[in-house]
Design a protein around this ligand. Structure first.
Ligand code: FES
Length: 158
């Protein structure tokens, strides 16, 4: 589980103030905020701009230029489901369909909250597909029920 605290404007302000003395402090601030909260809330933009005497557009520009900054809270768990060729041959698209139809889980739908399922292309577990990666653990022969259970319960062996 990611386990990040909810965005807190006072904590964000403290983090920003603690780094304001650095040369080129924008990126260290953004990284520190993402480390603390799992993402950079849009509310950070005016705080950083003010602390560094930049325009808000400049801060926005830094966030969007570097693709590793997230601007929305992440789900507590992300299940990565392989949809590359070998796993397709072993039925991963049926898993995707069943997830939507039977469990109301839409793969690759942007969502915050408890869990999300994202497409990846090959996890190196091709013979045992459909494959999934959850909390660093590689799973083989997954079906929709197992993925849905992972999304609900937060344990790879549920
Ligand atoms: S194609 Fe799915 S693990 Fe390789």
């Amino acid at each position: 589980m990611a386990g990040y605290p909810a965005w807190d404007q006072d904590s964000a302000r403290t983090i920003i103030a603690g780094l304001a003395h650095l040369e080129g402090a924008t990126l260290p601030m953004l990284h520190a905020l993402q480390d603390a909260f799992g993402y950079v809330d849009p509310q950070a933009v005016p705080l950083i701009a003010e602390a560094l005497n930049l325009s808000r557009a400049e801060v926005h520009g830094a966030i969007s230029f570097y693709h590793d900054f997230r601007t929305a809270p992440q789900p507590a768990r992300i299940v990565r489901l392989c949809r590359a060729e070998a796993c397709q041959a072993l039925g991963c698209e049926a898993v995707v369909d069943d997830l939507a139809r039977e469990h109301g889980i839409v793969v690759d739908a942007a969502q915050a909250g408890d869990a999300a399922v994202e497409t990846v292309y090959c996890l190196g577990n091709c013979a045992l597909g459909p494959s999934a990666l959850v909390d660093g653990e590689l799973l083989g022969r997954v079906d929709a029920a197992r993925i849905a259970a992972l999304c609900r319960h937060g344990r790879a062996h549920s």
